[in-house]
Design a protein around this ligand. Sequence first.
Ligand code: SF4
Length: 212
Amino acid sequence: MVILYTYNNGNYINLKDAEIKPKNIYVNLTNKCPCACTFCLRNTKEMAETNSLWLKTEPTVEEIIEEFEEYDLNQFNEIIFCGFGEPLTRLEAILEVAKYLKNRRKDIKLRVNTNGLADLIHKKETAPLLKGLIDTVSISLNASNAEEFLRLTRNKFGIEAYDAMLKYAVSCKECVSNVVMTVVDCIGQEEIDACKVVCDSIGIPLRVRAFE
Ligand code: SF4
């Protein structure tokens, strides 16, 4: 089971096997996600069975902590909760692991990469729980409007998910020091510009990242 990993040249590498210890490491918590994005490799059966990040069982908080115990946290710049699925489906586990990490090193930077649907998943406002534990929340905006967002993410909540995701982003802004929204560069300049307008309207920076 790969719990802590790093990413290099399109490959996921178990941290245990990494020859050079990376500055940024990822925590693999779950395969679960309420979306079925058209571009997500997780939805390809072949990929799901062969990809080293696919978890047969989800790691417990104790198992995650046990792996962290192997490392000096001073060697890492940032620890990112970013599983094969949506990490915030395991909100409680993230909170417990974040508490453990901050107890060991107060200034360690912790980030969650998310689809922004945590409040719909947990049926409550969840951003306040991140306060003091998570430093950055990076939310996949994916699209400039609800229809396109639903078409791309095929999420189980339907058309209301887009507004809920934006509301979550605003809620994070009040509780977390750094909130960023992301889109991939392959959506075209017109859509990127429209996404920028959406982000400006809620006062959150947009980062355009390369599609892998
Ligand atoms: S939100 Fe992320 S994990 Fe979930 S289906 Fe989309 S790309 Fe995959």
